[in-house]
Write a protein that binds this ligand. Structure first.
Ligand code: ITT
Ligand code: NA
Length: 194
C-alpha cells in the first residue's frame, strides 16, 4: 500500500522508510511534487499532527499520514516540546537548538527527558493517531554527528551513547518514531488483512 507522508523533514522520511516493512511505500511531499510549508499553530503534538495530515488529505484526496515530534525536558517543564523545531529561533546568541538546550541545562543535574512522536493517519477519510515515547537524558555535551535535531545530545535509557553516536539501526531499537510506526503497521495490517 502507498501513503503520502506529509512532511518536509527528509530525516523523518529516511527513518520511517527504514522502519516500514516492504509492503508499505511512502511518498514524501517533495517526491509528490507538493511544495507546502504546513503551519503548526497548536500547543500539542496531537493537534499539529492532525493539522498536517488534514491539510495534505484535503489537497490530494489520498490516504496519508503526518507526524509531529518533540523533546520534553523535565528541568525545563517540558520545553522545548511542541516547539522543538523552533527552540532557538530569533535568538542569534545560540548556534543551534542543541546549543540553547545545553546552555539552559549547564548547571543542572536533573537531565531526564523524553522524545515523543504522534503519527496522524488519514485513511478512507478517517483519522487515527499512534504515539511512541523514548525516555532518556540530556548529555552534558554534544556527541556524534549521526541523525538530526537533538540526536547528538540525547542518550536513551538503556544506552551510554547519544543517538548521534548510533547508526540508524541502533537508534531504531530505542526510537520514539519507530515505536509509533510499529503501532501504525499493526493497525494497517489488521485493517487491510495482509
Ligand atoms: P515536518 O513538520 O515537516 O514533519 P519538522 O522538522 O518541522 O518536520 P516537527 O515539527 O515535528 O518536524 O519538529 C520536531 C523537531 O523535534 C525536529 O525538527 C527536531 O529538531 C526534533 N526531533 C524530532 N524527532 C527527533 C529525533 O528523532 N531526533 C532528534 N531530534 C528530533
Ligand atoms: Na514542522
Amino acid at each position: 500500500m502507498t501513503l503520502i507522508f506529509a512532511t518536509n523533514n527528509e530525516n523523518k522520511v529516511r527513518e520511517i522508510r527504514q522502519a516500514l516493512p516492504e509492503a508499505f511505500e511512502i511518498i514524501s511531499l517533495k517526491e509528490a511534487g507538493i511544495l507546502k510549508d504546513i503551519p503548526e499553530p497548536f500547543d500539542t503534538l496531537e493537534e499539529n499532527a492532525t493539522e498536517k495530515s488534514t491539510v495534505i488529505h484535503k489537497m490530494t484526496g489520498k490516504n496519508c499520514f503526518s507526524e509531529d515530534s518533540g523533546l520534553m525536558v523535565t528541568a525545563l517543564d517540558g520545553a522545548p516540546g511542541v516547539k522543538s523545531a523552533r527552540f532557538a529561533d530569533g535568538e542569534p546568541e545560540y548556534a543551534s537548538n542543541t546549543d540553547k538546550l545545553l546552555h539552559l541545562l549547564k548547571d543542572t543535574q536533573q537531565r531526564t527527558a523524553h522524545f515523543k512522536t504522534v503519527i496522524s493517519l488519514i485513511i478512507n477519510a478517517k483519522e487515527l493517531q499512534f504515539e511512541g515515547i523514548c525516555t532518556g537524558r540530556i548529555a552534558t555535551e554534544a556527541q556524534g554527528t549521526n541523525g538530526f535535531g537533538y540526536d547528538p545530545v540525547f542518550i536513551p535509557d538503556g544506552s551510554d551513547k547519544t543517538f548521534g553516536q548510533m547508526s540508524l539501526e541502533e537508534k531504531q531499537e530505542f526510537s520514539h518514531r519507530k515505536k509509533a510506526v510499529k503501532k501504525l503497521v499493526v493497525y494497517l495490517k489488521e485493517s487491510m488483512q495482509v
